[in-house]
Design a binder for this molecule. Structure first.
Ligand code: CA
Length: 228
């Protein structure tokens, strides 16, 4: 039975999610504040975490950061704020996905299935062509190390995933929706801002410091990866 940790301080919502997810056949544990969440995660290995961002004791962002130091368990953030910067911060801390409250339970269930499936896929991923290169840029898909001309480049989880996808599809113009779908794992109509934000992060970490041009804007389409 797959285990899901629900971190939510609104008790009624937490209880509602617990009942719905138990009905779907998941084993559930609840935590009602940030500290309890970190503790529950440490003593109860789970397959996925639903994490509210606005929490007493420790914020959801901080909880996410602490859990990510130890574990790559899928994390779906729940946020009441329709604030892109908040979501981006959570994604930066390594969360896999987010839902803005209020949400339809069916959509959450679908996102949970996607996150669990993707994680299972990651675990059995083949071990060939594990190092991608483009000029002096090197990306190791196993160790998740990135370097340029031997200089290590520190990327967050999503930045790495985005760069990996771009490198696997070099010389192909990719739309924002496609990037959102393939890298973030779902179609999220209208919120392609996240893609632009992450492209900007990658350019700041690769194109600018090494004075190269890897990520090209394709007007009216999206982005294209190639070394100029
Ligand atoms: Ca809350």
């Amino acid at each position: 039975m797959q285990k899901i940790l629900i971190v939510e301080d609104e008790r009624k919502l937490a209880r509602y999610l617990e009942l719905e997810l138990m009905h779907e056949g998941y084993e559930i544990r609840l935590a009602h504040d940030g500290r309890a969440a970190v503790k529950a995660h440490a003593e109860w290995p789970c397959d996925l975490i639903l994490l509210d961002l606005m929490l007493p004791e420790l914020s959801g962002i901080e909880v996410c950061r602490r859990i990510r130091q130890k574990d790559s368990v899928p994390i779906i953030m729940l946020t009441a704020k329709d604030d892109v910067s908040d979501k981006v911060m959570g994604l930066d801390m390594g969360a896999d996905d987010y839902m803005t409250k209020p949400f339809a339970i069916e959509e959450l269930l679908a996102r949970i299935r996607v996150a669990l499936k993707r994680n299972a896929g990651d675990a059995v991923r083949e071990k060939d062509s594990r190092v991608l290169t483009e000029g002096a840029l090197k990306l190791d898909r196993d160790s998740r190390d990135v370097s340029y001309d031997g200089n290590p480049v520190q990327l967050t989880k999503k930045e790495f995933d985005l760069l990996e996808f771009l490198m696997l599809n070099r010389n192909i113009a990719l739309s924002r929706n496609e990037l959102l779908d393939k890298v973030w794992g779902y179609s999220y109509a209208g919120d392609t801002n996240v893609v632009d934000v992450y492209i900007r992060y990658l350019r700041c970490k690769l194109d600018d410091p090494f004075n190269i041009k890897l990520i090209h804007t394709v007007r009216g389409v999206g982005y294209l990866f190639k070394l100029d």
